[in-house]
Design a protein around this ligand. Structure first.
Ligand code: FE2
Ligand code: FE2
Length: 331
């Protein structure tokens, strides 16, 4: 393998951008092949059970309210990441997938039997009088934000799937295979989004470990779900998710934060914060591009994996000549 001295920010930025472009191309191939579902035709909405307890109605209406802000999610972040070909093109595709989630939950709200089309039209009009703003206005913070947010949505949709799917859920709900399949379908999309953002994070953690770790800690300290401040009744939605057992603080820490840190090859949040403190008081510990308390072998394997995946995809698709997917290690 060719080894290049990646001394300048520009060189390492180019590595990240190549990784993101390869990751995006790989993602599109898989998205089209495996997740081309339709929110109308693929679900028997007319046979949805209409006798669910209140908690399920509140949860599904809350999911709709959050997902239907997707035009704002796309518009706001697109301005911030537009210089990256890979990430901005991915973002447009991501938006098209999230838009289907809003449509799916809209169909669910209207098929659960309590809400009329006129109610939903007015509800949506009121929601859209508010405008979503980004919690951070830089690409790196928003990348880690996306990691935790996508993982959280995956976890909560899987919880709904088990609740109505007759699984081992502790949540009280009426078994409904249609609603279970709807939740499972979206949960799979959220898992794919989570995976994209994990892979992108691995690039930054390897090539820009200092900035990446600091952004990650900022995000964890101040995390809240998107649009929570825009949705009338959001507090009740949160309370119902918690009381019903669909999602809560414990799930946030054990199933979201710990799982994501683990997937990224990082220690728990306390250990990450302690590592940052140590490197501040003992600059020698943070002398190289990799702080010594980080598992640099694992971080390198993570970044290398993004390029390996992209190279294999491009070769199989017959476009190996169009992508620069060679992994360049930091010396
Ligand atoms: Fe979604
Ligand atoms: Fe998502």
């Amino acid at each position: 393998m060719m080894s290049v001295e990646l001394t300048s920010t520009a060189q390492r930025s180019l590595c990240v951008e190549r990784g993101l472009t390869g990751l995006y191309r790989w993602y599109i191939g898989r998205s089209q092949a495996q997740r081309g579902w339709n929110p109308d035709r693929d679900f028997a909405w007319r046979s949805l059970r209409q006798d669910q307890p209140d908690a399920i109605h509140v949860a599904v209406e809350g999911f709709y309210a959050v997902e239907q802000f997707v035009p704002d999610y796309v518009r706001t972040l697109l301005h911030v990441i537009r210089e990256s070909y890979g990430r901005s093109h991915f973002h447009v595709r991501w938006g098209a997938e999230e838009e289907k989630h809003a449509d799916l939950w809209r169909n669910a709200v209207l098929s659960l039997g309590r809400r009329s089309v006129a109610w939903l039209e007015e509800h949506t009009r009121v929601l859209r009088t508010q405008t979503y703003e980004l919690p951070w206005d830089d690409p790196l913070h928003m990348l880690f934000y996306a990691v935790f947010q996508e993982r959280a949505t995956h976890v909560v949709y899987k919880a709904l799937e088990s609740a109505v799917g007759g699984g081992s859920s502790t949540v009280t709900a009426v078994p409904d295979p249609v609603l279970a399949r709807a939740a499972a379908t979206i949960a799979l999309d959220e898992a794919a989004h989570y995976h994209f953002f994990l892979q992108a994070s691995r690039l930054y953690l390897y090539y820009f470990p200092d900035q990446a770790i600091r952004a990650l800690v900022d995000v964890l300290r101040h995390f809240s779900m998107p649009a929570h401040d825009l949705i009338p009744g959001y507090d009740e939605f949160g309370r119902v998710l918690h009381q019903s057992g669909l999602f809560g603080r414990r799930a946030h820490y054990t199933d979201v934060v710990q799982v994501a840190l683990n997937h990224l090859g990082l220690p728990g949040i306390r250990a990450v914060e302690a590592g940052i403190r140590r490197s501040r008081t003992r600059p020698d510990l943070d002398a190289g591009p990799h702080a010594s308390w980080l598992d640099s072998v694992r971080l390198e394997r993570g970044a290398r994996g993004v390029f390996t995946q992209a190279a294999r995809y491009a070769r199989d698709a017959g476009v190996g000549h169009t992508l620069n997917a060679e992994f360049l290690p930091i010396d």
